[in-house]
Design a protein. Structure first.
Length: 289
């Protein structure tokens, strides 16, 4: 496997890069879909309902009793995070009916003032932060998209929003958990081995799963990994990260509550290639002020 193959598999659809004129707080738009931050508690509640549909109804997650009763995926971090939404304006009805995807964004200054990052429960991120005292990190989490909208263009739109947000707040790097379905890492041996052998975070960007939770990712030797086949097994979100130049931390973590196997994605913004800076930045830069 080479990075060239990865880039060929994940080249942006250039006909989508011609962005329409945007206004107000909209961060990106493709067709009838737009991305922006939640404007009020009602929209955050609707995003939590979408998360419940994906994580519980579809992926069989087990949340705390209050969340299960309310049919909302909700935790303490929701109150301190910003919530990125994907809205389909073609759907008739209220905003609760139009939200088809969401992302939760947490800036370092906010996290440190409120007990730390969510990812720290699974990954030892403190050494990573300590090696970059001059940089500001943002955590991406709770990403989910309704089944009918799990397309390349929806992932593109989420990244349009993330990019605009990072520019606005002067972020230097993004990180966050990305998930494979199920709690048996061996079922994802090809994908995990591919990530370990090709895009493992090293040097100043190295980061590992917490020792007591660490699951090996190099389940297959490099020579046994079929790169093209491995790419087809990656979730679209992880493909989107890799397309931008992301790295993956050492070790996976099984999250029994959410019924997933998690990896940590690390993306220094300076590592994003110029073609993607142009692709996302040409439009998103307007919203950085």
């Amino acid at each position: 496997m080479t990075i060239e193959l990865l880039n060929r598999e994940l080249t942006p659809e250039t006909n989508q890069a011609a962005a329409p004129t945007l206004s107000g707080d909209v961060l990106g738009r493709i067709g009838t879909l737009e991305t922006r931050l939640a404007r009020n508690d009602r929209e955050i509640d609707a995003a939590q309902a979408v998360r419940y549909r994906v994580f519980v109804d579809e992926m069989n997650a087990t949340l705390n009793p209050d969340a299960m009763r309310s049919h909302r995926d909700i935790d303490a971090y929701d109150a301190i995070c910003d919530h990125l939404l994907v809205v389909d304006n073609a759907i008739e009805g209220d905003i609760e009916d139009q939200i088809v995807g969401t992302y939760r964004l947490l800036r370092q200054e906010v996290a440190l003032a409120n007990g730390g990052f969510y990812s720290a429960s699974e990954f030892d991120i403190e050494p990573l932060l300590a090696r970059h005292p001059d940089k500001q990190f943002m955590e991406l989490g709770r990403s989910c998209v309704l089944p009918d909208y799990r397309t390349k263009r929806t992932v593109e739109l989420l990244w349009q929003g993330n990019w605009a947000y990072s520019l606005k707040h002067g972020m230097h790097a993004m990180f966050g958990c990305a998930s494979f379905a199920g709690t048996q890492p061996e079922e994802h041996a090809l994908a995990l081995s591919f990530l370990h052998h090709t895009v493992l975070a090293k040097g100043d960007w190295a980061v590992s799963a917490r020792p007591e939770l660490h699951c090996q990712m190099d389940l297959m030797p490099p020579e046994a990994v079929n790169a093209r086949k491995a790419l087809t097994t990656l979730p679209p979100l992880i493909k989107g990260y890799l397309r931008l130049g992301a790295m993956i931390g050492d070790g996976a973590v099984v999250d029994h509550a959410f019924n997933t196997t998690d990896v940590l994605v690390v993306l220094p913004i300076a590592s994003i290639s110029s073609r993607y800076v142009n692709y996302y930045g040409a439009d998103a830069g307007r919203f950085a002020s």
